[in-house]
Design a protein around this ligand. Structure first.
Ligand code: SAH
Ligand code: SF4
Ligand code: F3S
Length: 484
């Protein structure tokens, strides 16, 4: 670093507050001037593009990351020619990683034409030392790498990149606490995610999430309700409460609020019309929670209940803490107590040691449980997890064949489940408008989609729609009333 730059960097650092989030607001201000100076020099606005891989938690983190970048002054664009491209990565399955490497290579080519371009990588994949090592060696044009525990530091890390002029890596192996009140940029306006907890303690034997997201930490109920209130004041009608196992909510807290009670507290926020949540775990889904979903009109009648396998033997090897029978009993209870509820699931095919018999147990559960939708995954070996070194890894060929059979069963069952709502008039949140076709896409309380002719002005509104024709996993309908 040249002398004057070093001087400047030292001065900026020495004046930074030590408390969060004040420290980050300070670095946002610093970066604002850095950016303005650059824009003056090159004579145009600088743009950013945030690309999210993986689950809802990452989507939520990306809203914070976009919020910080907007506060710095970057203009959002939808393509990777942007002056700053940030990849918020996922590593839950191997193919997610492979895709990311290919795309980083492409970003490198774009950077050759734009020296101001900054490439930022963060998220779950960056928590893996091998991934960071590979990027450091083979993708030397990357500018900043950080992980899942310090996303709040984005502005400070961008500052470090500018003053150091070289790759900045800052990956923490655990969280130090929860930083509240960061900027956020809400992608939809009318719906938003709220983190209620971070991390996971379950250690399902195939899963890498506990290693890259750390131990379970809950946010205080007061902070969650305050966030819901703030969102509602800004026009949000639907919130989704997010956690890897929402049933564990509150376990490390002293205020004694259970997840069911939290749902209730959020439902009392004026302006919030719908509440969803992801993901409960079948091993500890309480009666209290089922009852809250049943009686609370704001809580959507949709339970996403990951099955993973229908074989009790495989479930034990997966460390899931329930059997086939207990899972089916639970689904029965949910359907009995919550009329019209949709149950959806996640299923893994080809877990080590899975036999044809085990697989047929999975098909059996699919048929008996009557899932409205099932997300199906080929087992992917994740280095460092117990399952990676288990005997009896299933060949790609066998797993692929089972996967196809599973898909056709799932398709049949979910079409049958969806069909049950034909002819009914139900409440819908208008989520997407296709101007060319004059069609609105809305979401039912039970998560089914319906397309119907409507005006664009209804976007973000709750309306009622008559479900005319079931097309498998979505409906065609007609608008009934716009005032709900
Ligand atoms: N915490 C949630 C989901 C976490 S990841 C839960 O417990 O349900 C989302 C889904 O990815 C999981 O439900 C599982 O079906 C799938 N998954 C996780 N690890 C996987 C692996 N190694 N191979 C294939 N699918 C996996
Ligand atoms: Fe992974 Fe299991 Fe935790 Fe879900 S509950 S994140 S599948 S370890
Ligand atoms: Fe992927 Fe991380 Fe979510 S590994 S599934 S983005 S918690």
């Amino acid at each position: 670093m040249e002398q004057s730059m070093e001087h400047y960097a030292e001065r900026v650092r020495s004046l930074a507050p030590t408390e969060e989030p004040e420290r980050q607001y300070y670095f946002i201000d610093v970066m604002k001037s850095v950016l303005a100076e650059k824009e003056n020099r090159i004579g145009r606005k600088l743009t950013m593009n945030v690309v999210t891989f993986g689950c809802q938690m990452n989507a939520k983190d990306s809203e914070t990351l976009s919020g910080i970048l907007s506060a710095i002054g970057y203009e959002e664009t939808d393509n990777e020619e942007a002056d700053l491209v940030l990849y918020n990565t996922c590593t839950v399955r191997e193919n997610a990683n492979t895709r990311v490497y290919g795309r980083i290579g492409y970003l490198g080519n774009l950077k050759k034409k734009n020296p101001e371009k900054r490439i930022i990588l963060c998220g779950c994949m960056m928590q893996e030392p091998q991934a960071v090592e590979k990027i450091r060696k083979s993708y030397r044009f990357v500018d900043v790498i950080f992980g899942t525990h310090n996303i709040f530091k984005l502005a400070e890390l961008l500052f470090e990149r500018e003053v150091q002029g070289a790759l900045v890596i800052d990956v923490w192996d655990k969280a130090t606490g929860i930083v509240e009140d960061l900027p956020r940029r809400n992608k939809y306006g009318f719906k938003a995610g709220i983190n209620i907890m971070y991390g996971c303690n379950n250690f399902c034997s195939y899963c890498i999430v506990p290693y890259v997201r750390g131990r379970e930490r809950s946010r205080s109920a007061a902070d969650i309700v305050a966030e819901a209130r703030h969102l509602a004041d800004n026009g949000v009608r639907e919130v989704m409460l997010l956690g890897q196992n929402v049933n564990s909510y509150g376990k490390n807290m002293t205020d004694g609020v259970s997840f069911a009670q939290l749902l209730h507290m959020v439902s009392e926020v004026e302006g919030i019309r719908r509440i969803r949540f992801m993901t409960p775990h079948p091993k500890d889904l309480s009666d209290e929670l089922i009852d809250e979903i049943a009686v609370n009109p704001k809580v959507c009648k949709h339970v996403h209940l990951p099955l993973q396998s229908g074989s009790s033997r495989v479930l034990r090897a997966m460390n899931r803490h329930y059997t086939k029978e207990r899972y089916l009993e639970l689904v029965d209870k949910i359907k009995e107590r919550i009329p019209g509820v949709a149950v959806t699931t996640d299923i893994i095919v080809g877990f080590p040691g899975e036999t044809e018999e085990d697989f047929l147990e999975t098909i059996d559960v699919v048929r008996k449980a009557g899932f409205m939708a099932a997300y199906t995954f080929l087992y992917s070996k994740r280095t460092g997890t117990p399952a990676a070194s288990m005997e009896g890894q299933v060949s790609d060929e066998v797993a692929g064949e089972r996967f196809k059979r599973l898909l056709s069963n799932v398709g049949e069952v979910s079409a049958r489940e969806a069909e049950r709502f034909s002819g009914r008039t139900l409440e819908v949140l208008c989520e997407e408008y296709k101007p060319g076709e004059g069609l609105m896409t809305g979401r039912l309380d039970n998560n089914l989609l319906v397309h119907f002719p409507a005006e664009e002005a209804l976007w973000g509104e709750l309306v009622t729609v008559r479900l005319e024709e079931c097309k498998g996993f979505y409906y065609l309908g007609t608008l009934c009333s716009t005032v709900v």
